[in-house]
Design a protein around this ligand. Structure first.
Ligand code: B12
Length: 446
């Protein structure tokens, strides 16, 4: 069979005012350009487990959100989608199916709402795809009718036996970053989180030699690739993290990852991370003060417990030459109008090199969604297209939706202005300069 893998690309937001000015600010544009061009790692894994007898091609939905014409030559198309662009994905699926192309849909949204997705697909996969996809392919070959495949009904995916994602399928598309996973999942459970924790309960670390093998495969197709670890939380296990960094160092790559604030407790790890090419860590700080963090991490209230470490952690990381991308969620319970100037001030005072502000978003399948639904706080049910992390689709407390929106504009305009960006980054350079003279060999080359 001819099999097409279709990724939805780009960044989304529906709020016109935000699009008109907020998202055009230099700091935001810079980050969206960086992230908008990532290929879909999930689909490249599916390609790698597709039986050899099939002809597999990778596609991306076009800039105008439609599918490329060549995809109509396929017998089966796998569409990977998050919530924000799921209606676009469904529309593409409907068009393909009306032309006789079989469609399979998977990814985080289909995992949360497989029955909904089955309204637009021949096959839906809930959960990880490595074990289920070959069965989907077999079902399509045998003309089996519509079906939901749930990964929990198959043997669990063994991350020690993952194949090399088929980076070679990407051709010469102009990606500036490539993703690799070193871990899957996260041992903590934040109420709002809709990442790979939804695919499997367990936190799993991959064998380090296989992570290196995958990066080498990327370097073969793009010798200067910047690597982004598509992990939820890389450095939970500090000794394993040190081994990972020791193995990464000879590759002389530069990389970015997402992790929690405890990474900063181990200065040996920070040294190794910098020497191994870590240029930025993204950390979910969520809120500058402790109050709104209470209860957010549901196992043992970790977010609130870690809050007093934030300032030292930012300083430790940045004085090791690793920039921090501090993420704040606007509209957590307890946030009032003072949260907007507080984040602005905090980001400048502590020299956050990059800052990400998003509005609290109730993704389907999350405990947050259940809680807000029960208390009648979702504004428009089923508006998955508003799950962009920028649009407001719930009643915050004590803010009104309008105040939250206005606050987001107010903060975005100031936080990402050229002047604030300069001030924030100056903070990083000062922290880094304090140690630089005795650490000459660690100087970041970019
Ligand atoms: C890389 C990334 C991107 C890339 C995506 C590239 C791509 N086309 O896949 C870019 C930068 C484009 C991106 C954009 C957005 N993203 Co993003 N992104 C991530 C990130 C960091 C990693 C995702 C990843 O690679 N996971 C690893 C792979 C292996 O897992 P996977 O894709 O889920 O695939 C597995 C299974 O789901 C399944 N599977 C997936 N698809 C299919 C299809 C079929 C047919 C089958 C059988 C199986 C299957 O099999 C795979 C292997 O097991 C996550 C955060 C995180 N740490 O996880 C956020 C995340 C996925 N993004 C998120 C969001 C909200 C967005 C945006 C909406 C932001 C915005 N305002 O625009 C946009 C969405 C628009 C879009 N085009 O998709 C949310 C999604 C939440 C949700 N449940 O919907 C996340 C979880 C971050 C968060 N803060 O919550 N993102």
């Amino acid at each position: 069979m001819k099999i097409g893998l279709l990724a939805m690309s780009g960044v989304r937001a529906h709020d016109k005012q935000l699009m008109a000015f907020g998202l055009t600010l230099p700091g935001f544009v810079e980050r969206s350009k960086v992230i908008a061009s990532l290929p879909s790692l999930g689909l490249l894994y599916l390609a790698a487990v597709t039986p050899d007898r099939h002809d597999v091609r990778y596609f991306e939905a076009e800039g105008d959100r439609s599918e490329p014409q060549e995809i109509y030559d396929c017998d089966l198309v796998a569409i990977s989608t998050f919530s924000a662009q799921v209606f676009e994905a469904y529309a593409i699926a409907d068009r393909l199916r009306s032309h006789g192309v079989k469609v399979a849909i998977g990814g985080l949204h289909a995992t949360a709402l497989p029955e909904e997705a089955l309204g637009h697909a021949d096959y839906v996969v809930a959960g990880e795809g490595e074990q289920t996809w070959p069965q989907v392919v077999r079902a399509a070959e045998g003309n089996v009718g519509q079906r939901i495949f749930r990964s929990k009904d198959f043997p669990p995916v063994d991350v020690a036996r993952l194949p090399v994602p088929r980076f070679d399928l990407l051709g010469d598309r102009p990606y500036n970053r490539f993703t690799v996973q070193t871990t899957r999942g996260c041992p903590w459970r934040c109420e709002f989180c809709a990442s790979t924790v939804m695919l499997s309960e367990k936190y799993r670390k991959r064998p380090i030699d296989q992570v290196i093998r995958d990066i080498q495969a990327i370097l073969q197709v793009r010798p200067n690739a910047f690597i982004e670890f598509a992990d939820d939380n890389t450095f939970v296990d500090k000794s394993w993290g040190k081994e990972l960094c020791r193995a990464l160092r000879p590759l002389r790559i530069k990389w970015f990852t997402e992790t929690d604030v405890t990474v900063a407790q181990d200065t040996e790890l920070l040294d190794l991370m910098h020497r191994a090419g870590c240029r930025q860590v993204l950390i979910g700080l969520e809120s500058p003060g402790r109050g709104p963090l209470e209860g957010l991490e549901m196992h043992s209230n970790r977010k609130a417990f870690w809050n007093p470490q934030y300032v030292d952690a930012i300083h430790e990381l940045q004085s090791h030459g690793i920039t921090v991308n501090g993420c704040f969620i606007l509209g957590l319970d307890g946030h009032d109008n003072s949260i907007f100037p507080e984040i602005l001030d905090y980001s400048i005072t502590h020299g956050l090199y990059d800052v990400q502000i998003t509005t609290l978003t109730a993704f389907p399948g999350t405990p947050l969604y259940q809680r807000l639904l029960k208390s009648d706080r979702i504004l428009e049910q089923g508006r998955w297209d508003l799950c962009t992390l920028f649009d407001v689709n719930y009643r915050p407390d004590p803010l009104t939706p309008e105040q939250l929106r206005e606050g987001l504009y107010w903060l975005a305009e100031r936080l990402y202005s050229a002047e604030t960006t300069r001030l924030r980054r100056q903070g990083f350079h000062e922290q880094w300069r304090q140690v630089r003279p005795r650490e000459q060999e660690l100087l970041p080359s970019a």
